[in-house]
Write a protein that binds this ligand. Sequence first.
Ligand code: ADP
Ligand code: ADP
Ligand code: MG
Length: 444
Amino acid sequence: MLKKILIANRGEIAVRVIRTCREMGIRTVAVYSEADRESMHVKLADESICIGPPEPSKSYLDIPRLMAAMEVSSAEGVHPGYGFLSENPKFAQIVEASGKVFIGPSAGTLELIGDKIKAKEVAKRVGIPLVPGSDGPVDFQRALEVAKEVKYPVVIKSAGGGGGRGIRVVYDEKELREKLPLAMQEAKSAFGDERVYVEKYIANPKHIEVQVLADRYGNVIALGERECSIQRRYQKLVEEAPSASISEEQRKYLEELAIAFCKEINYVGAGTVEFLMDQEGNFYFMEMNGRIQVEHPVTEMITGIDIVREQIKVASGEKLSIKKVEKRGYAIEFRINAEDPNTFLPSPGRVDRLFLPGGLGIRVDTHIYCGYRIPPFYDSLIAKLIVWGKSREEAIDRAKRALEEFIIEGEGLKTNIDFHKRLLSTREFKMAKHHVKFLEEMML
Ligand code: ADP
Ligand code: ADP
Ligand code: MG
């Protein structure tokens, strides 16, 4: 087992990883930028190293600085969290080459699943239904042909996209002609890869994803699904497990597909296979994410399995010891962002008054504390509220209560807590009739 781990991340996920390491008796090394000196992850870790100025490119994304920090601290492994370098094959490869452990899949696997076009080819090989669209990357002519074949509207997606970026909906040929060159240009500048592909636009789908764990010995298990249909700009805002909209049969089917995908590519680590479900209940493969996800706690709440612990164990070469996954109740996660509720623009500031909700079935993952100044340089996620209930109704009632208790106030600081309360009062969410476009409709 690894004895010392460096966490190449910040914020709530760095805190989350440190907590598990503590429980496992593993020493932790935090890295931080000059803007994060006062961050909770720095205080909680056994050691900490400043790796550079606030800009991510000169700190959390700077591979030489991270490697130097690993060397100086004699960390044996690195946990990359989510975002930043978590899915960067080059980083994984350099860590591997230096004889240290990257807590995640191999560089080769990250390369493969990070390419959405290649991932779709794998899915096709193992018989997972794909959204009708192009086989591989498209040029101008091919994009027009495919769109005509599958019928408008279609989406243009970047092979290297992620985090909700690189997706464009197109309603007719004129729009496709306009947007395709822009999409390619943008893909090139944002992801360093201009390849784009075309998919049929599925109307009002649900986002359903399966959490998997795999070891080096070919064992793969699924921990059930999460539904992440409350989204804004293709990014998740509220997630739940299990999905209230699929049957036990559909659950088994999705888990089997996810496991088949992982076996085909000899996947190792924790990962998520994402699907879209259309209004007729058909499922389509979307992509695979090879990292811990923001929404992993909802799965932990209903299974009692610490996913970070399992990540560390399989990365250390242990065999998966979980034989049967037992699930209990319902869990919902609310992403609390420091943002203006009207414009959705980031709204960081100093936390002057803070009260975190508690009581039965409540978990709050956060790095903020009273007096903490939220730096403006990073993602606006400042806390995650996760609630558990015996039934979905109970979880919703508990969530309302917890959101009412929740206080985060301070100079210049705004959050989306009220927005979540509004969501919970909608009939659609209560009835689980929401889909990925619901939020936008609700805002109108
Ligand atoms: P999850 O699937 O874990 O819910 P999100 O889509 O919310 O993931 O992304 C998690 C974090 O990673 C966010 O901070 C997001 O901005 C970032 N992220 C994910 N993929 C990319 C990418 N390709 N480029 C930049 N940031 C990304
Ligand atoms: P990312 O890598 O940014 O997470 P995904 O391919 O996982 O991108 O898609 C993110 C979201 O975009 C989905 O959850 C869904 O809301 C929307 N989306 C993606 N593909 C389609 C599609 N073919 N039709 C409709 N919506 C889609
Ligand atoms: Mg995705």
